[in-house]
Design a protein around this ligand. Structure first.
Ligand SMILES: [Zn+2]
Length: 231
């Protein structure tokens, strides 16, 4: 999806801006020259990586970007929970833009955490990490990131789409989904209709003949919309 790539590039621009402003501090504190690179990855995986050398990477998964355009998928991400639970954003006002901004702050927060020596094995999302995130919001770094993301996207339609708050319907539960039932789901930004063929404990297999091609999808129950039948 072209829009997701544009968003990814805008997130990279915002991340680079944050890094340039903190490069001297980071190099002084870690005692070495650093090589920093933010890029777009092919799947969902979104992470910060410091391999102990002077290389630091931040990867934004293209499927993560797509997920955050869709209400049902967006709320399965830790960044959505953080925004809502820590009060960084009022729940009704969570838009894809707020989620992308928070994702940049979250991954950059890990970079700061590593430089400060506050990342320990098995304790990545620790108290120190959330102190870094809270401080970023207190210092309005979120406003800077938001502005940079918006300024880096040329497509006005896309800008409007990511600024609109996500409208969350009730989550679909496993018990509401029956075999051979018709369900709807989002795939790469398009709503598709399919039939439930198998129910697993956490996911189900949905078959769809959209675009004339039969395909099976494995979905978590909460990301499906159950077709309401009015008789
Ligand atoms: Zn994290």
């Amino acid at each position: 999806m072209k829009g997701a790539k544009d968003i990814g590039r805008a997130m990279i621009a915002a991340t680079n801006e944050l890094y340039i402003q903190r490069k001297d501090w980071a190099e002084e504190r870690s005692g070495k020259q650093l090589q920093f690179k933010a890029s777009i990855g092919s799947g969902k995986a979104t992470y910060h990586q410091s391999d102990g050398t002077n290389r630091i990477k931040i990867i934004y998964g293209i499927e993560m970007i797509q997920d955050k355009l869709c209400p049902e998928h967006a709320r399965t991400w830790l960044t959505y929970k953080e925004l809502a639970e820590f009060g960084f954003c009022i729940k009704d006002q969570i838009s894809p833009l707020k989620l992308y901004t928070h994702t940049v702050l979250h991954e950059f927060g890990h970079l700061v955490q590593v430089i400060l020596g506050a990342r320990y094995s098995r304790s990545v999302h620790n108290k120190e990490f959330y102190q870094i995130l809270k401080k970023a919001y207190r210092n309005n770094v979120d406003k800077q990131v938001e502005a940079k993301i918006l300024a880096s996207i040329d497509n006005q339609w896309l800008v409007e789409k990511i600024c609109e708050p996500l409208v969350m319907g009730p989550l679909t539960q496993r018990r509401e989904v029956r075999l051979n039932q018709t369900v709807r789901f989002d795939f790469e930004g398009i709503e598709i209709v399919g039939i439930v063929r198998k129910k697993n404990p956490k996911t189900c297999v949905v078959e769809s003949a959209s675009c004339g091609i039969y395909r099976s999808f494995n979905f978590r129950y909460e990301s499906l919309r159950v077709q309401k039948i009015f008789l």
